[in-house]
Design a protein around this ligand. Sequence first.
Ligand SMILES: Nc1nc2c(ncn2[C@@H]2O[C@H](COP(=O)(O)OP(=O)(O)OP(=O)(O)O)[C@@H](O)[C@H]2O)c(=O)[nH]1
Ligand SMILES: [Mg+2]
Length: 613
Amino acid sequence: MEKCREITAVLIGNPNTGKTSLLNSLTGMSLHVGNWPGKTVEKKEGRICFQGKKIKIIDLPGTYSIAPYSEEEKISHIYLMTQKPDVVIQTIDVNALERNLLMTMELLALGKHLILAFNFNKEAKRRGIQVNIPKLSAELQLPIIRIEAHTGENIDALLEEVVRYSDQKKEEGLEEKIPDYILNLKKQNQAYLYDDELTHARAIKLIQTKVAPYYKATRSNQKTDRIDAFVLNKYTAFPLFFLVMFLIFKTTFTVSTPLIEMVDGFFTLLGKGITHLGLPSVLSSFLIEGIIGGLGSVISFAPLIFILFFFIALLEDSGYLGRSVILMDRIFHRFGISGRSFIPMILGFGCNVPAIMATRTIKAQRERLIAIFTNSFMSCGARLPVYLLFAGIFFPKNPGAVVMLLYATGVVIAFVVSSILAKLLKGHEEETMIMELPPYRLPTANNVLRNAWFHTKGFLRKAGTIIFGSVLIIWVLASLPWGVEYGSENSLIGAFGKTIAPYFKPLGFGHWTFAVALIFGVVAKEVIIGTLGTLYGVGSEALALVLPHHLSPLGAISFLFFVLLYLPCLATIAVIKKETNSLKSTVLQLLATFSLAWVISFLIYNIGSKLGF
Ligand SMILES: Nc1nc2c(ncn2[C@@H]2O[C@H](COP(=O)(O)OP(=O)(O)OP(=O)(O)O)[C@@H](O)[C@H]2O)c(=O)[nH]1
Ligand SMILES: [Mg+2]
């Protein structure tokens, strides 16, 4: 038994020091990595085999101290206090050695078996930072391994150390090995190091004296300072920010449109090919309307998803997203919102699920609730295909402008609702913004592509599972009762749609197919396209011919605003429930967003009609 015992190694360290990158390199996983503090908000683990030993590696959210402040830091705190991993690997950013080592002291005081993984060595070297590793290692009485977490350089040496350490521990029964200097510190105060300011101050002093002789920093980070002088400048910061956002969306459309058309064309051809096969009509209807119509029209948007996430990863990895929080805090503060809500907002452009989880870094509960509540107004990637499809059909001259308008409206509504909620939910928990500015780094192709592919894969998987399932149900309901004309008003789904459709009539999209699409769209927003594709036929070409019969351009705009606002998808609803831990506030949120969507679409359609659009 003893032989197969698994070694547990846990990764801990300050935020943004490369823990998740290290886990990804070690295990080949694709967990979320980005250049801003607070990405990992959950405990994650991976397993590997090394030198015939099984090693379980656990990634924890980054934290500056073992004392818990926010939700995600609690996870690390609880883990350290309750679990006994064989080895603790602390990732350390050599560029901020002293601050990082402060946590080393806390870990030592807890009696953890510690290995230090020094990361960002190349960057430190460029900045003229020198550390005498052997001497420092001897002084701290701890093994230190230099690594490059995201390329995986030297991780074998780290693993060897892990194995050696855990073997040694077994042999010597090394329990609770606490160095004398920490014991002295502890003697002065029985409590944990972080509990008391005086001890904390002593710990800082101690670290400084321990590190100082072996550490030399000649230059500050001039490159980052120079870029910041422009990027965070009072005058240039905001125009630059909007320019960046504009370019991202513009490029996403321009690059993805021909690719989407290519995939779409392929499915159209496939559909035509199947028609010529002369299959039994049920089978050919299933293949053409169900699979290709429903699924194909969704899958053709895969290039869009890839490119969108490619850019979001670029924003994250370069360090721009991280510091734009500071920038946004200036505006947000005026509305009574924390600048920390900004990262979840931008992540919401990708997908609301991880975005809502990212609100865990917001410490004040009230602000966190507001951020969760308004996140679904940030238009996620799944809604984008719906916009593009409709905008392409109804506003072929300027689809980009329509899409931008939708995104902008989402952001404005998120703002207005946040500030109203901030006034309503009065509280004194105002959070002071202290956030470390990450340095600028050249994004690595590896990470950016991995990130984009990870999400595209997720999109395709979703297409293969929930979207496929929904489309299948729709196809069956559109074919029943047997003998009825496929997808007609007399089919089951037609009858179902027609009972709900009147509620949407005042909004300008009273045809039953839209009602059905919206209902099923709650499963996942892409299903809106899948439904229309299944009911009307293959590809955007076919939809371009049919949809204008049932919808005016104004109705289309009203429909798109409704899609933007009405209800989050099931996965998002589940995560809202989980994160707020309150059924009441989840239901309240759903009712509120639905009513808001209805009112806004109503106003758009009716005012628009009056104005003669
Ligand atoms: N140049 C360089 N960049 C790295 C290295 N390791 C990680 N990074 C980058 O540093 C950033 C932070 O990496 P993560 O792995 O997400 O850091 P983390 O410690 O998990 O951060 P939290 O989850 O927020 O605590 C990312 O942009 C990585 O691409 C490295 O060895 N060299
Ligand atoms: Mg992480």
